[in-house]
Design a protein around this ligand. Structure first.
Ligand SMILES: NC(=O)c1ccc[n+]([C@@H]2O[C@H](COP(=O)([O-])OP(=O)(O)OC[C@H]3O[C@@H](n4cnc5c(N)ncnc54)[C@H](O)[C@@H]3O)[C@@H](O)[C@H]2O)c1
Length: 341
């Protein structure tokens, strides 16, 4: 099979992972990397032997000859790039969240529809082993209907204070809430109708990052399922893993308990501290990056190549963001909000 030519926009933490994951796929060659920071793009291109480097995505779209694009710019900077990629007639994978304002969500949807390009949002928990397996059991009907759900997805403080230079321009709801809300929608097969959120601020502000510490959200879905969702950025940095992620689903005839923080599959103890590295997201095994994170990017490429549907539609990814806008409004007003789709 002829290799597809990939171009990656955004050469930061996750764009670097995109480049690695794509470079290791036998059916793909990464032909171009673009970043506003040319040095960063050049270093990454040198590491993975990528021939073309750009500072402007428009130049890259006109000159690189790529077959598809992946977008890993910061949360609030996906939309213009995605619209330009769609207008260039190229299919793309955009990092989560799809977009962070109603205007951006709509202009992305319009550009995708007008240009008839294929697009997917990298909400990769749909490819995570425990969730995909639970979803298959729920869909088999053996557990009866889903009744209620709980999900918590938190990060250590260092993600907001050190890892993301743009954390206060986004929020924990966009960065983590997009994953956890998508997971709830995926598992119960519906979308939120009404949300009521409370939030708390102070810890991160005292550390110089002006953003909300934590959101607690109650949700009622269109199919009658109710749920509770927690997204915080203030887990102490001494936690053994960077992510704190748990999910419980109660159905009419059974229930699921999922711990995907690290699953305690591997504990690494030294004289000073203990770590529990995540063994399922993107471990390096036999010199290659494996796990559900590259698996989801591989599923995007496979669906592009064989013309099958992606594991998430543009509308589903957009609706997660419209629901997050409702959660933000609810937290601001301290009142329940009906979601406007
Ligand atoms: N960091 C993670 O663990 C992680 C995990 C999953 C998903 N993501 C998602 O990936 C996306 C990127 O996150 P990150 O952590 O890599 O951020 P980052 O800040 O490390 O990298 C973003 C890069 O995009 C570049 N950029 C911004 N606008 C650009 C433009 N118009 N053209 C070209 N380059 C541009 C910046 O210069 C920067 O190098 C976010 O949406 C994030 O939510 C991140």
């Amino acid at each position: 099979m002829k290799k597809m030519k990939a171009a990656v926009i955004g050469a930061g933490i996750f764009g670097s992972f995109h480049v690695r994951a794509l470079s290791e796929m036998p059916t793909v060659e990464v032909t171009a990397i673009c970043d506003l920071n040319r040095d960063r793009a050049e270093k990454l291109a040198a590491e993975y032997h990528v021939p073309q480097v750009y500072q402007s995505h428009m130049e890259m779209l006109h000159q690189s000859g790529c077959d598809f694009v992946t977008i890993a710019t910061p949360d609030h900077l996906h939309a213009q790039v995605a619209v330009d990629v769609a207008n260039a007639g190229l299919p793309f994978l955009v990092e989560k969240p799809f977009a962070t304002t109603r205007e951006d969500i709509e202009r992305m949807r319009e550009a995708i529809a007008k240009n008839r390009v294929r697009a997917m949002c990298d909400l990769h928990n749909r490819s995570s082993q425990p969730y995909a397996m639970a979803k298959a059991i729920i869909d088999s009907g053996q557990m009866g209907n889903v009744c209620h759900m709980y999900v918590r997805l938190n990060d250590n403080k260092s993600v907001a204070t050190d890892m993301l230079s743009w954390s206060s321009a986004s929020s924990v709801l966009w960065f983590l809430g997009s994953h956890s809300l998508d997971l709830l929608c995926y598992l119960c097969g519906s979308r939120p109708k009404t949300v009521y959120a409370l939030s708390r601020k102070g810890v991160l502000k005292s550390l110089g990052v002006d953003t909300v510490d934590v959101y607690q959200t109650s949700l009622e879905f269109e199919n009658g399922v109710i749920a509770q969702m927690e997204n915080g950025w203030i887990v102490p940095n001494g936690n053994t893993a960077i992510i704190d992620m748990k999910c419980n689903i109660t159905c009419e005839k059974g229930a699921f308990n999922m711990n995907t923080s690290n699953s305690d599959m591997l504990q690494v103890l030294t004289e000073t501290h203990t770590e529990t590295p995540n063994c399922i997201a993107r471990p390096v095994i036999n010199g290659r990056v494996e796990g559900f994170a590259p698996g989801n990017i591989a599923s995007f490429v496979r669906c592009l190549q064989d013309g099958t549907p992606f594991n998430i539609t543009v509308d589903e990814a957009a609706e997660v963001c419209l629901a997050i806008l409702g959660i933000l409004e609810s937290a601001e007003k301290r009142q329940p909000v009906d979601i406007r789709y």
